[in-house]
Design a protein around this ligand. Sequence first.
Ligand code: ADP
Length: 632
Amino acid sequence: MSETGTAPSKETREFQTEVRQLLHLMIHSLYSNREIFLRELISNASDACDKLRFLSIEQPELLGGDELSIELVPDVGAGTLTIRDNGIGMSREEVIENLGTIARSGTKRFIESMSGDQKKDSQLIGQFGVGFYSAFIVADRVSVLSRRAGAEEAVRWESGGEGEFSVEPADKAERGTEIVLYLRDDAREFLEDYRLRAIVHRYSDHIGLPIRLRKAEGEPETLNQAQAFWTRPKSELSDEDYRQFYQHLTHDSDSPLAWAHHRVEGTLEYTSLLYIPEAAPFDLWDREQSRGVQLYVKRVFILDKAAELLPAYLRFVRGLVDTADLPLNVSREILQGNRTVDKIRAALVKRVFDMLEDMAKNRPEDYAKFWAQFGQVFKEGIVEDPANRDRIARLCRFHSTQHKAGPDVSLQAYIERMGEDQDKIYYITGDTVTAAASSPHLEGFAARGYEVLLLVDRIDEWVVAHLTEFDGKPLESVARASKDLESKIETPEKARLEGEYKDVLERAAAVLAGRVASVRLSSRLTESPSCLVAEEGGLSRRLEEILRRSGEVGALPSAQPILELNGGHPLVERLKGDAEDQSFADLVEVLFGQAVLAEGGQLEDPANFVRRLNGLILGAAAGGEASSIIVT
Ligand code: ADP
């Protein structure tokens, strides 16, 4: 019913710019794999039927007694292929909006992602939700006749795919949508029965309603299984079936890395089919992006992305859940805090772990692919899901000083390689593997033959803040002021050094007052003269840096680091003989500045640092003590 009471007449409109660009590409550059147009139109028809079924839960009169179905009607004489459904249909406004005016964000992204490789580009079509326009790959004119369920009047949309489309009021006896494709001469193959059968079998077999081939004479022929894929017994389904269903479900042209299909009966009743994709979607890092698996209640499609069914750190998992334990009119509000949902979620999480553990054990190469794509997201689970922390940690992989090429070191493997005298899992955090691996902090550990994990993802700081031990072994940063390493090398030599440096350490602490908590001799340095370590129990220095840079904390009470000096290093030794205050201070500043730089930090006054350093170099080149360095 139109609001004015009179039906609007025919009008012609321009396609939105992006839609025009897209159509141009469809028509002029996508010839290979043309058959996907049918998959897209059938998928739209099937969605329209799902939507109607969903609405009819509240308004049963909309559905009436009809069986929902999709029909393909080839007409060789007219050269047309019609795709007809008795789903929800569209109003005039919806037709205008959906088929021409609004370029969805998907259209834009699609155009941006076009690679020029036709095969790839045509596979992208479905992924980006620009499916309807693929009709123009095979048709030079498309006519859509649609009547919205519950409405009286129908609408006809027509276009030759160039720059414009028309809409006008029309008559249609039944609700639903009928799309007539006026096939191009070179696309008449899509009128052939065998061709249509093969395409439906290939792409749409698992669609949960019948797809029928209707000819002028004879009985219509059902072309697909017409049974919801996940309700079929596992024994009937091949790997290829699972792959195809995945592609149908996700519009992802890659094959999934793994899947798990379960039917659960008893106190809870549900079927789940979960997939691990091979590659991350472009919006994996977009926090606003909706996530989650599809939710069905007794085969009725309810929600596309039910975030409540999986925790955020498993947002890469695709698939669906079909349950009999939720009401059909379930809404997102009801899902939140619902006990059935909580139980299903807990079970799904375990299934994902099972899948990943199996992959890690039996298909390490695939697991490496998984980890490269999704490891950073998965690690969020250490923080987010304390109840499963241990199982998550077991699945994590890291770089280490012995496996820089990784990340492929599991905590278990690390522990197995630990020597008798080592009782902690040591790690260092850094921005890159190279930077972490060349940190002075590692020197003492390398000298003792200890492996150190190199944690280089931003999330890792949070991971180690929450994962304090694994299998009874504490995790410890090599950049912390642990007594641990020192206790292992208490020697007379050390006691002697302590005595020799007592005075130097006190003077150095005075020079750096307000910037370091203390200055002391190091047991972790063998080559570098100096490094900074965080006070035991304090915030790690890198986490502090990340927080400060991100502005997440305003006035962070900055814990002062400890400056450690390598008593065996010539530069440090020089301090002992340096009685003059100015040159002593300059050398201490240089040692401090180096330590800041070595851990990727920023100097407060770089120009002064450079001047002091140059002074030192000149002093050394002159063959004497750098007795006076001019500092301005
Ligand atoms: P997508 O299906 O990815 O949203 P399409 O370009 O294929 O993108 O379709 C655009 C919109 O047009 C759909 O979202 C849907 O609202 C509407 N539509 C398309 N085909 C039908 C149909 N057969 N019945 C009802 N609505 C349809």
